[in-house]
Design a binder for this molecule. Structure first.
Ligand SMILES: [Zn+2]
Ligand SMILES: [Zn+2]
Length: 291
């Protein structure tokens, strides 16, 4: 298996626009495992386009229960099941993730039951195991360790950055958060930090276009991170590579990669990737002794 990070969806927020990017979902293949981080609308299509056979779905992590991170969780698992999934899938998410899954199964009970009877499929309700996590260790299996750090994303109280460690490599996802200095420690020496980012110049235009004014702007400023601060976290953490993701705005033709780069270069001098859907980054190989 190629060890890689693939950004499946890179825009912040649930709105879709013609030809624009999809909301947040990522694929991380590390240590022989396939992990999906966040399941916004489009995650299933993104995985297929990235060459992942859905029936090999293995691990799913949800950072928080905003719809632009979880809307397609049930549909992804169900589509994997109809694609032949017959092995257990582990889903990790904050408190409430279990309800999202059980209520989805209830809403699709007619289809699920009929496919079990008619097509002889195993019961998907028994294939999926949901574990709810808080601050601290999330899972440890065969050299892969996943840990969570509660970040600051009001009014959501259960929102977690995630750190994946395997064979001496670390990949960290900030999740949605306002500028949160403890992330620098959590992301210390990460090979890749995937950090959410907002462009100040773009926010006013976005707010004007969306038409819900001062309130939306207040929400954005209180619960998301300006790209200069994302760069600051990466610099303080000593990360090897910063990936900007969950971009706000993501689909305004007046703001492109040059604007993001110009803003983040005030605080980050290292390797930089500005997220776009389908973008793939290979992971550096694990040292042989610890692989
Ligand atoms: Zn979000
Ligand atoms: Zn959010």
């Amino acid at each position: 298996m190629n060890e890689r990070l693939v950004l499946l969806g890179t825009k912040g927020g649930p709105a879709l626009r013609p030809g624009g990017p999809m909301p947040t979902a990522s694929l991380l293949q590390i240590g022989g495992r396939t992990a999906v981080i966040d399941c916004a609308l489009g995650v299933t299509r993104g995985l297929v386009d990235a060459g992942v056979a859905l029936k090999t779905l293995d691990l799913v992590f949800i950072t928080h229960l905003h719809s632009d991170h979880v809307l397609e969780l049930g549909a992804l698992l169900h589509t994997a099941w109809t694609a032949g999934l017959a092995t257990p899938v582990k889903v990790y998410g904050p408190v409430g993730t279990g309800d999202v899954w059980t209520h989805f199964c209830r809403s699709l009970a007619y289809d699920i039951d009929i496919r079990i009877d008619d097509e002889g499929r195993p019961d998907i309700r028994q294939l999926v195991e949901v574990t709810e996590f808080g601050d601290g260790p999330v899972m440890q299996e065969a050299g892969l360790t996943v840990e969570a750090l509660r970040v600051d994303h009001p009014p959501v109280t259960e929102c977690y950055a995630l750190r994946f460690s395997h064979g001496g490599r670390r990949v960290v996802f900030s999740a949605d958060t306002c500028h949160f200095p403890p992330l620098a420690d959590f992301a210390r020496d990460a090979d890749i930090l995937v950090h959410e980012a907002m462009l100040a110049a773009g926010v006013d235009r976005l707010v004007a276009r969306t038409g819900n004014g001062a309130r939306l702007k207040a929400h954005l400023m209180a619960s998301h991170t300006l790209v200069e601060d994302a760069g600051r976290i990466a610099s303080d953490a000593g990360c090897a590579h910063l990936v900007l993701n969950h971009l706000i705005p993501a689909d305004d033709p007046d703001f492109g990669p040059g604007d993001w780069e110009e803003a983040v270069r005030r605080t980050w001098a290292g390797p930089l990737t500005i997220g776009r859907d389908g973008l793939e980054l290979p992971l550096i190989e694990a040292p042989a002794a610890t692989a």
